[in-house]
Design a binder for this molecule. Structure first.
Ligand code: NAD
Length: 489
């Protein structure tokens, strides 16, 4: 067996081992073979990373934002140049099919380009004062040291949604990626280093979420925590963060609604992509399908036929559409929900079992006759499982769609413009798609949820609002004391 490569953490501009001398291995989810040895960072390493970020903040925040943006342009260029090899590594590390891995990197490229431009658009506002000869405006300022904690399912895209706007705004960063995708995080940081990011501006600590994640969240020197991950982890972070800015991008139980006037083959494409793309491991996955009673049987047959043909396998192999689950624990969790669904009385249309004996593969799984209260219709499964629920009419569909604790990305297929607009207004989610699936967010628009899917918005102009403070400035050039609310005439 060839010797495994050993990867380091990046603190204060140096690639270094953990002070604990502890390491962990990361396995390829398709083959079960280890891909490398990674550092299990300690609280001491987190302390060094925060100290380094704090030290670098003064100089970095004073560099004019358009200049900071130029580094991101270089990042985009390097990502583009290395796209194919990075995509292969990504697939090897997390199992996503190669085409989707390319998409993951493309998202990071797009975000780098967009945020480079934002360096020239850190707009404040000006407005009128209620008093004469007084000027009122706002300016954007960086927040300070930002802790960015990310999951594994978009190992380039999600860190880029955080790091790039944070850096463009002039913050310095302590980055803690998921232990399931440390290598992608290291590759991204290598690129930022190569692009010319000054020492200490970005620090990477790898290792367990519960120890080093906690150390980042608890530290008062960290002025903001930007977290993407599971709802329960997010709840814990919110409790521990104290008085600092927190943004939470959490899980969901998304839905595709299909009305009886919908283009069914279009809806079919959307459901298959939404439910089984990335093996259902997306916060925006379509894990519920609400179908109008009158077309339910027909649509089920179409869905069954298409699902049967899906090619499962190693994401590096040509033609594969559904890759493995991220790890053994995810495999157990997905299968646990199959058992729960059966116990609850839902009808298993297809799947419900492991695929093969090697790797973490699971058959795309569809339950029907699901009632909205069942756990498989309420809880995030984060695997290739979807639940079909029937509805009498639009009101019924919307009520059922909104009957979950989450609200990230909901969709409706209908040709009726009145119904579409009614749904846009009434669906309780941060994102609504009409005649498109639940997945497909673009980087220049706000992204985020409502209810227990979290708060805060990433992407587009809202990312800049998220990663900066807006300072209010009054300039009184009247030469006398003017008292707001008192000297009104
Ligand atoms: P997770 O919550 O287990 O882990 C996310 C990150 O938090 C990891 O880096 C982990 O190490 C860290 N962490 C764990 N415990 C921590 C603690 N106590 N303090 C601080 N950090 C801690 O989630 P995951 O399994 O990596 O990702 C899947 C989840 O992420 C799903 O629920 C999915 O819906 C959600 N997700 C949401 C979005 C979104 O934008 N809304 C996007 C992708 C994934």
């Amino acid at each position: 067996m060839p010797k495994l490569p050993v990867f380091k953490m990046f603190i204060d501009g140096q690639w270094q081992s953990s002070s604990s001398s502890q390491t962990f291995q990361k396995l390829n989810p398709a083959t079960g073979r280890p891909i490398g040895i990674f550092q299990r960072g300690s609280k001491h390493d987190v302390n060094d990373a925060i100290e380094s970020a704090e030290k670098a903040f003064g100089k970095w925040s004073e560099i004019p934002a358009p200049k900071r943006g130029k580094i991101l342009l270089k990042v985009a260029e390097l990502l583009e140049k290395n796209k194919e090899s990075l995509a292969k590594e990504l697939t090897e590390e997390m199992g996503k099919v190669l085409e989707e891995s390319r998409g993951d990197i493309q998202e990071a490229i797009d975000m780098a380009e967009y945020m480079a431009g934002e360096g020239r658009r850190l707009f404040g506002k000006t407005t009128t004062s209620e008093l004469k000869n007084k000027f009122a405006m706002t300016i954007r300022e960086p927040i300070g040291v930002v802790g960015c904690i990310t999951p594994w399912n978009f190992p380039f895209a999600i860190p880029s949604w955080k790091l790039f706007p944070a850096l463009a705004c002039g913050n310095t960063v302590v980055f803690k990626p998921s232990s399931d995708t440390p290598r992608c995080a290291i590759r991204l940081v290598e690129i930022l280093e190569k692009a010319g990011l000054p020492k200490g501006v970005l620090n990477l600590v790898t290792g367990s979420g519960s120890s080093i994640g906690d150390a980042i969240v608890n530290d008062k020197r960290v002025r903001m925590v930007s977290f993407t991950g599971h709802r329960d982890t997010g709840k814990g972070i919110l409790k521990k963060a104290g008085i600092k800015k927190v943004s939470l991008e959490l899980g969901s139980k998304n839905v595709v609604i299909i009305m009886n006037d919908a283009d069914l083959s279009l809806a079919l494409d959307g459901v298959v992509w939404g439910a089984f793309g990335t093996t259902g491991q997306r916060c925006t996955a379509a894990s519920r399908v609400i179908v109008h009673d009158s077309i339910k049987e027909k649509f089920e047959k179409m869905l069954l036929e298409r699902t049967r043909k899906l090619k499962i396998g190693n994401g590096l192999d040509k033609g594969v559409q559904v890759g493995p689950l991220i790890n053994k624990e995810a495999l157990r969790k997905v299968h646990k929900y199959t058992r729960i669904g059966l116990k609850e009385g839902a009808k298993l249309l297809i799947g419900g079992k492991r695929y093969g004996i090697k790797g973490n593969f699971y058959h795309p799984t569809i339950f029907t006759n699901v009632s909205p209260k069942m756990r498989i219709a309420q809880e995030e499964i984060f695997g290739p499982t979807t639940a079909i629920i029937s509805a009498k009419n639009l009101d019924d569909a919307i009520e059922k769609a909104n009957s979950v604790e989450y609200g990230l990305s909901f969709s409706i297929y209908t040709k009726d413009i009145d119904k579409a607009f009614e749904a846009i207004r009434k669906l309780q989610s941060g994102i609504v798609y009409v005649n498109a699936s639940t997945i497909g967010a673009e980087i220049h628009l706000p992204f985020g949820g409502v209810k227990e899917s979290g708060f805060g918005r990433e992407g587009g102009w809202t990312a800049i609002e998220e990663f900066s403070n807006e300072k209010t400035v009054y300039v009184d050039y009247s030469g006398k004391l003017q008292r707001a609310q008192i000297d009104v005439d």
